[in-house]
Design a protein around this ligand. Structure first.
Ligand SMILES: *Cc1c(COP(=O)(O)O)cnc(C)c1O
Length: 401
C-alpha cells in the first residue's frame, strides 16, 4: 500500500502573502500613487523605504529596486561599464536570464566550467581570465552553492576583474560569515515568486561603489528624480554620471515594494525553516540507493530553498525514467542533463544566440546526472520525509546493480 503512495502537494506553491502586506497594498491602491516618484510633499515612497531597509539588512551602502532580477543584472553590467564587445566571464551552470543579460548589454559571455560540486571551476576560471582578458566576471551562486570566495576574489584581484554576484539563490546566505553579495563590486537579487522573497516580479541591486550605484539608479529610469531615493551616494556622484547613463526603465513600483517590505523581517526565520527541510531531504536522499547529495563546504551558510543530488547509481540514460516514476507519484524533480530546455531549466548549449562556444565537457558531465528539486516552505517536515521515501523507493527500482 505505502509503496504506491502519491505525494499531493504542488512544488510551485509558495506561502500566502501576509494580511498586513495585503492591507498595506490596499492602502496604496486607494491613494492611486503606485509609481515610486509619485509621492505627496514630504512623503517617502515604499520603493525608497524598501531600498533603505534592504541595504541595511544586506550590509551594503547603496541599494536599488528593479522590476526583475534579470533587469538588475543588466543594470549592474551597464553600471560597471560593460558595453558592446566587452567580454564577461560567467559560470556555465546558471539560469537563462544570466547569458540573456550579458547579451542584452552587448557583452560577450566567456563561459567557465563548473566542478562536480556545482561551483565555478577555479582552474578554468583562471585559465579563461588569462586567455580572454575579460574585465568582468558575473558569478551565479547557482542553486545556492557558493564557491571558495577567497580563491575567487584572489583571481579577480590578480586579473583586475570586476565581480558581479548573481545572488538569486543566495539571498540570506553567507560564506565565512560574510553575506553573499558583499564579496563582489555589485550584487543582484531576484524577488520573483520562486526566490527567497516573493513579489511576483522584482529585483534588488546592492553595491558599496558610489559611481556604480549612481549609474545604476539613473540607468533604472530615475529621470532626474533620483534625489528621492534613500540608499544612494551624494549628489556630486550623480552630477558626474547622470547624463552618461541611458534610461532603461526598470523601476520597481510601490505595490511590490510594500509586499517585499512586509516579508523582509521574516527572511532570517525562513532561512532557518528552509534549512530544516533541506536537512531532512539531504539525509533521506543520501540514504537512498544510488543517490548522493554534495557535502556542503565548511564555510558555507546556505539557504536550502532547493536541493540538488547526483544519481551515480542510476546512470544518465535511466534518469528520465527515474524522474518520470517520481513524477507519477507526485514528486517533481528537474534534470539539468536534458538536451532540450524544459520550463526554467536549460543548459548552456541551448543558448544558440551566443553563437559557437567552446565545449565544456566537465560541466556537461556534472549536469548529466544532476537532479534538482524545489523546496517550497508550504511543505511540512513530514512532507519532506514522505518525499524522500518515494524518491528512495523509485531509486531502488532504477538502480543498475
Ligand atoms: C531567477 C534568477 C535570475 C533572475 O530572474 P528574474 O526572473 O529576472 O527575476 C537570475 N539568475 C538566476 C540564477 C536565477 O535563478
Amino acid at each position: 500500500m505505502t509503496m504506491t503512495r502519491r505525494f499531493e502537494k504542488p512544488f510551485t506553491q509558495q506561502e500566502a502573502i501576509s494580511e498586513s502586506a495585503i492591507a498595506r497594498v490596499g492602502e496604496i491602491l486607494r491613494t492611486g500613487r503606485l509609481h515610486r516618484y509619485n509621492t505627496v510633499q514630504g512623503a517617502v515612497s515604499e520603493a525608497t523605504l524598501l531600498e533603505q531597509e534592504y541595504a541595511k539588512w544586506q550590509g551594503a551602502k547603496y541599494c536599488l529596486a528593479t522590476t526583475s532580477g534579470g533587469q538588475a543584472l543588466q543594470i549592474a553590467l551597464r553600471a560597471a561599464g560593460v558595453g558592446p564587445g566587452a567580454k564577461v566571464l560567467a559560470n556555465a551552470y546558471t539560469l537563462a536570464p544570466v547569458p540573456g543579460a550579458i547579451f542584452a548589454v552587448g557583452g560577450q559571455p566567456v563561459l567557465v566550467e563548473i566542478d562536480e560540486n556545482w561551483h565555478t571551476d577555479l582552474d578554468d576560471l583562471r585559465a579563461k581570465a588569462a586567455a580572454s582578458g575579460a574585465e568582468y566576471f558575473l558569478i551565479s551562486h547557482m542553486r545556492g552553492h557558493i564557491a571558495d570566495m577567497d580563491a575567487i576574489m584572489s583571481i579577480c584581484k590578480e586579473f583586475g576583474i570586476i565581480l558581479i554576484e548573481d545572488c538569486a539563490h543566495t539571498m540570506g546566505a553567507k560564506w565565512k560569515g560574510t553575506r553573499s553579495g558583499n564579496f563582489g563590486d555589485i550584487a543582484c537579487f531576484s524577488t520573483q515568486t520562486y526566490k527567497h522573497l516573493n513579489s511576483g516580479e522584482g529585483g534588488l541591486l546592492t553595491t558599496d561603489n558610489p559611481e556604480f550605484a549612481a549609474r545604476a539608479v539613473v540607468g533604472s529610469g530615475s529621470y532626474m528624480l533620483y534625489g528621492s531615493h534613500g540608499a544612494i551616494p551624494r549628489e556630486e556622484v550623480f552630477q558626474k554620471v547622470r547624463l552618461e547613463s541611458p534610461n532603461c526603465s526598470a523601476r520597481l513600483d510601490n505595490l511590490r515594494a510594500a509586499i517585499l517590505r512586509a516579508q523582509l523581517p521574516g527572511l532570517e526565520e525562513n532561512v532557518r525553516r528552509w534549512n530544516v527541510r533541506y536537512s531532512i531531504l539531504e539525509s533521506g536522499f543520501n540514504s537512498a540507493p544510488g543517490l548522493k547529495t554534495v557535502e556542503r563546504q565548511q564555510y558555507e551558510e546556505f539557504v536550502g530553498s532547493s536541493i540538488q543530488f547526483q544519481a551515480p547509481g542510476i546512470g544518465t540514460e535511466n534518469i528520465p525514467d527515474f524522474l518520470a516514476r517520481c513524477a507519477a507519484r507526485g514528486v517533481e524533480i528537474k534534470w539539468f542533463g536534458g538536451k532540450e530546455p524544459t520550463a526554467f531549466t536549460s543548459r548552456y548549449d541551448s543558448w544558440h544566440y551566443l553563437g559557437e562556444m567552446d565545449p565544456l565537457p566537465n560541466t556537461i558531465r556534472t549536469l548529466s546526472t544532476t537532479c534538482d528539486m524545489r523546496v517550497p516552505l508550504t511543505f511540512s517536515e513530514q512532507d519532506c520525509r514522505e518525499i524522500t521515501e518515494i524518491v528512495a523507493d523509485e531509486a531502488a527500482k532504477c538502480c543498475q546493480t
